[in-house]
Design a protein around this ligand. Structure first.
Ligand SMILES: Cc1cc2nc3c(=O)[nH]c(=O)nc-3n(C[C@H](O)[C@H](O)[C@H](O)COP(=O)(O)O)c2cc1C
Length: 336
């Protein structure tokens, strides 16, 4: 897949933008495990043009994580163009526009997926942003506002005409939020529309190596983007890339190997924030990780893990998890 002058390689697997998740350390970790591109969490264009310090910090990208996209959202074309220029100065490889966020505080105000109810404005913003910067601009959106308005096939062409370099489609409507199943058939229709010539990246519910391969094989997408499947499991990219390359599942590592990855996530999170906030930040990953699935009577340990307040407490809990005979279970887990 190529976007502008950036070559993502064959059948690239990308880390999705996720608020409060895809900070620099998580992006780097996913990159280390083979993610072919990574995205920042979405950044408010309004906050950027007002020079809000905390927002500006989200623009920091590092050389080792390239190719990296900064994602912005907003509903004012002028602010979006100005925010795009501010982002470009932070030197990302791509600038992504979020037209897919379904949450009330964003979509309810007309930004994110709210733009699916105002296509002329969506297209105007896209054109203005493309015009404002020299780096490739991409868009991430959903199938439509609701089941009665799945406009994505036509919309994709219109966005392409605005000059974007690639399009990511999350196979849900705004009304679905995160419920139900992603509809990959419509993503496939976007990709297989003969008038589309920009790369189409599919997104939604990919959590296994086999599932990812099927998305490439059956729907013909140029890239697959992984969101929740990476939570507490950044090694998913390694599993997928291996399977795509050789057609066989990667043999599982010892349980302690996976635990060490989680420990490293904790350490990095605490180093970046502070102990209290770092641990709060990592809880989402600990709650979501499939690593502890199937351990008998794990519930009290899980509760303690999610209540731990210091690194020492947390690592003590980790070290007391019995993993002698976990190999088989990890294997089951890897096979989804
Ligand atoms: C915690 C969380 C935060 C998210 N934040 C963003 C975001 O900032 N920008 C965005 O485009 N999508 C965001 N998303 C949506 C994901 O990028 C992705 O489209 C969605 O989760 C579906 O993919 P998945 O099934 O692989 O998770 C977020 C999703 C989650 C779970």
């Amino acid at each position: 897949m190529k976007t502008g002058s950036i070559d993502f390689g064959e059948r690239p697997v990308l880390l999705a933008p996720m608020e409060d998740v895809t900070d620099t350390s998580f992006r780097l970790m996913c990159k280390r495990f083979g993610a072919d591109a990574v995205y920042t969490e979405f950044v408010s264009s309004d906050a950027l043009v007002r020079h809000v310090n905390k927002t500006a910090q989200k623009l920091t990208v590092s050389e080792e994580e390239r190719p990296v996209a900064i994602q912005i959202y907003g509903k004012d074309a002028e602010a979006m163009a100005e925010a795009a220029r501010i982002c470009e100065a932070a030197r990302p490889d791509l600038l992504d526009i979020n037209f897919g966020c379904p949450v009330k505080k964003v979509a309810g105000k007309g930004a994110g997926a709210g733009m699916l109810r105002n296509i002329p404005l969506m297209l105007q913003i896209t054109r203005e942003v493309v015009k404002a910067v020299r780096i490739p601009v991409t868009v991430k959106t959903r199938l439509g506002w609701d089941a009665d308005s799945c406009i994505i096939v036509d919309l994709a062409e219109q966005l392409q005409d605005c000059g974007i370099a690639a399009l990511t489609v999350h196979g849900r409507t705004r009304a679905q939020m995160y419920s139900g199943e992603a509809d990959w058939t419509l993503i496939g229709e976007v990709k297989n529309n003969p008038r589309m010539h920009i790369p189409v990246i599919g997104n939604g519910d990919v959590t296994t190596a086999e599932g990812c391969k099927e998305c490439f094989d059956r729907y013909g997408v140029d890239g697959v983007m992984i969101g929740r499947g990476s939570l507490g499991r950044p090694w998913i990219f390694r599993e997928i890339k291996h399977f795509l390359a050789v057609g066989e599942l990667l043999p599982p590592e010892p349980f302690a190997w996976y635990l060490d990855v989680l420990k490293e996530q904790v350490i990095q999170s605490v180093a970046r924030l502070d102990e209290r906030r770092g641990i709060l930040h990592i809880r989402r990953h600990l709650a979501a990780t499939p690593l502890f699935k199937g351990i008998p009577d794990f519930k009290p340990t899980r509760v303690a893990m999610l209540r731990a307040e210091t690194v020492e407490q947390l690592f003590e809990i980790f070290d007391n998890i019995r993993f002698e005979d976990k190999r088989q279970e990890v294997e089951v887990m890897l096979r989804g």
